[in-house]
Design a protein around this ligand. Structure first.
Ligand SMILES: Nc1ncnc2c1ncn2[C@@H]1O[C@H](COP(=O)(O)OP(=O)(O)OP(=O)(O)O)[C@@H](O)[C@H]1O
Ligand SMILES: Cc1ncsc1CCO
Ligand SMILES: [Mg+2]
Length: 280
């Protein structure tokens, strides 16, 4: 190994140790994560959080929010099956989390699909999410705040196409921006970090993106002060669970099962040896 390779390996090991320690904190503290998420994803999001050691609550009635949201450790809002009836609760929950100093994460599913959806996402961005996580098309659409880029829930852009859009969205909003894809990108508008874990088959399971957004919320719940690094760690952990799940999977349906099992069973040695996070 030359000195550059040694330095890279040292950096990778530091990320491994930091990522393991955050997962271990989620397991030992079992943070309560409120999710206002779409109908498609509720099951997988809740099971992802449980397997990671967090405590999910899929609660969206506006009447309950003043009692519940300030006591949750983090909030995840996902606009996947948005309706006019749900938007006020999303905004109110974000306000309550902000006021209580709790981290909250936005998943701008199909942000460019309609003007209503884009307006909702822009209004939610005004409520200062700690992190916004989308696929390449969603982040490009949101960053341009236009309807031209994406009409569907799947991405037609590589995450790496979205780096400049992500940086500018982070600079304009103050949020950490994460873009999922073959390489997951995380930026605060200045630094850009890449998480290189995961398998392409994860795109063939609906709501894996929604689930990793919720996992980011769980990681922030135990380490709010390092949102950039913590977000990269959550993305890497979910990717590792996908890689290990893929060893036993025959296709998307069995990968869904094995991914959850792998997330539940992750140990220190697997995390340290598999984390692939690096500055870009
Ligand atoms: N080509 C790929 N190689 C490896 N991992 C990938 C690839 N594409 C996506 N992933 C992983 O799959 C997960 C979901 O990312 P994706 O970009 O598909 O989210 P999404 O489009 O928001 O999904 P959904 O809306 O269905 O929840 C992430 O953990 C991401 O890292
Ligand atoms: C398929 C789909 N449609 C609205 S939300 C959702 C889940 C993935 O985001
Ligand atoms: Mg999505």
């Amino acid at each position: 190994m030359n000195s550059k390779q040694k330095e890279d390996e040292e950096q990778r090991r530091r990320w491994g140790a930091r990522t393991w320690s955050t997962l271990a904190a989620v397991r030992s503290r079992s943070p309560l994560i409120q999710c206002i998420t779409n109908f498609v994803s509720m099951d997988l999001v809740a099971n992802t959080l449980l397997s990671a050691g967090a405590s999910p609550a899929m609660l969206h009635s506006i009447e309950e929010l003043p009692d519940f949201t300030p006591n949750a450790d983090a909030l995840c809002i996902n606009v996947g099956t948005l309706s006019a009836a749900w938007l006020p609760a999303m905004k109110f929950a974000a306000e309550l989390a902000l006021k209580a100093g709790k981290p909250w994460v936005l998943d701008p599913v199909a942000a460019g699909a309609s003007k209503f959806r884009m307006m909702a996402c822009l209004e939610l961005m005004q409520l200062k999410p700690t992190v916004v996580r989308g696929n390449g098309s969603e982040i490009i659409a949101l960053s341009k705040a236009s309807t031209e880029s994406s009409m569907g829930v799947d991405s037609s852009h590589e995450s790496t196409d979205a780096v400049e859009a992500a940086k500018s969205l982070a600079q304009n909003s103050g949020a950490i921006v994460a873009v999922s894809g073959a390489v997951d990108i995380v930026t605060d508008g200045k630094q850009v970090i890449g998480a290189h874990n995961g398998v392409a088959m994860m795109q063939k399971i609906t709501a894996t993106g929604c689930s990793v957004t919720a996992l980011i919320a769980a990681f922030l719940a135990v380490d709010q002060l390092h949102a950039l690094e913590t977000t990269a760690s959550a993305l890497s952990i979910f990717g590792i669970a996908g890689e290990m799940g893929m060893d036993a999977a025959k296709g998307p349906a069995s990968l869904r099962t094995h991914l959850i099992d792998s997330l539940y069973g992750l140990d220190e040695a697997a995390v340290i040896s598999r984390v692939k996070i690096a500055s870009l």
